[in-house]
Design a protein around this ligand. Sequence first.
Ligand SMILES: Cc1cc2nc3c(=O)[nH]c(=O)nc-3n(C[C@H](O)[C@H](O)[C@H](O)COP(=O)(O)OP(=O)(O)OC[C@H]3O[C@@H](n4cnc5c(N)ncnc54)[C@H](O)[C@@H]3O)c2cc1C
Length: 409
Amino acid sequence: MAKKMKTNFDYDMAVIGAGASGLAAALTAACMAPELSVAVFEKKETEGKKLSAAGNGRCNLSNIRCEHLEEVMDFFGKAGIAVRKDEEGRLYPYSEEAGEVTSLLTAGAESRGVKIHLNSEITGMEALPEGGFLLFACGKKSEPGAETVRARTVLIAAGGKSYASMGTTGDGYVMARKLGHDVTGLVPALTAVEVSEDITALKGARVKAEACLYRNGEMIFSERGEVQFRADSLSGICIMNMSRYIRRGADYRIGLNITADFSRAELETILRNKLSLKGLSAAEALKTLVRHQLAFTVLKQAGIEPDEEGLSILADAGRLEKLADALTCMKFKVKGLKGWNEAQVTAGGVKLSQVDHMTMESKLVPGLFFSGEVLDYDGPCGGYNLHHAWLTGIRAGKGMALKCTESIR
Ligand SMILES: Cc1cc2nc3c(=O)[nH]c(=O)nc-3n(C[C@H](O)[C@H](O)[C@H](O)COP(=O)(O)OP(=O)(O)OC[C@H]3O[C@@H](n4cnc5c(N)ncnc54)[C@H](O)[C@@H]3O)c2cc1C
């Protein structure tokens, strides 16, 4: 390991948060400038709690559709992260073990001299008039002197404010604001959507559907996928992606097309055939087309009694149409979003126009950098959020290393 230079600072680079972007930044900086000192301050007892839980423990690292994929893949290669791609283009660690990504990055950073302080919450920060920063750290009692830290450059990689139990309580936004940055409205995103209807009878049901979102009557989002019914809300990847488009102050409705594989004409033919089977009730006729649990809700929306004979429905063409409408647009009124405890990411954050996208340095405070979820970016499910954390972390690591090297010269 290269010998670290002696300076007036405790560290040349201080990273707040040992999550995906903080670890990527620290490792990149340490590789680029081994003569400089890098420290990471993590408030939790272990690194990368969210990273280790990502993708249900499999860690959906990135996606082949992400921009600047080559920069991130190059980093994975250098960090030793072996990758596999699934049929949808989502990228995972080859072992599909999220925790291994965290431990590999941690070991890589430490072996290059990065000092990781666990149980060390940064509670505040000041920009020093002569350059550099003073950090206030709430360290372990066993580490005297950890109360204030002088750093030449600082990276705020403290994540968002969802899943507070994993350390992300929105501290980065507070620090950014105190140093003069604008933080756009913070909203829980990638979360389940609460509906006004009583759907307790549907709890546990799963259905493949095209899920559409209507704002004030106009369709603004649609995606196919599996919808999961909970006691008071809808979930599943397509619903979580939908949640990114729901804001306060408008009337939102969800329409589920649960027979999306058929054209309208095909569906009406299927219904006509089924309802004309002699002696079958409407609920019985829907069997094999619609899950039993859902059939009653569909019939209710179509104004049909479950035990009404199918043939009598056919007698009135308008009623067949209503049934087809209910199957192609099962309606729910949006009541709200599940909150911060369930949201996978935070929408909103430090205004992107106040940060240089290549170095991640603040345009307002020289020497201050931002990466990851603290920035005003949120992507859909599928690896986009971690990709953003890696990309901005790598760029911040390079940016900090260059800044320090220039200021020492
Ligand atoms: C359950 C779940 C599953 C997810 N799965 C995926 C997935 O498969 N694919 C995907 O792309 N995205 C996924 N995400 C989102 C993704 O994990 C985050 O977007 C990403 O981790 C953000 O990286 P980050 O470095 O900005 O912040 P984080 O990884 O959240 O790290 C921030 C770190 O900063 C620390 N910290 C905060 N404040 C302070 C402070 N004051 N002092 C010191 N340390 C502090 C925190 O303890 C934390 O360790 C998932 C999220 C959740 C909650």
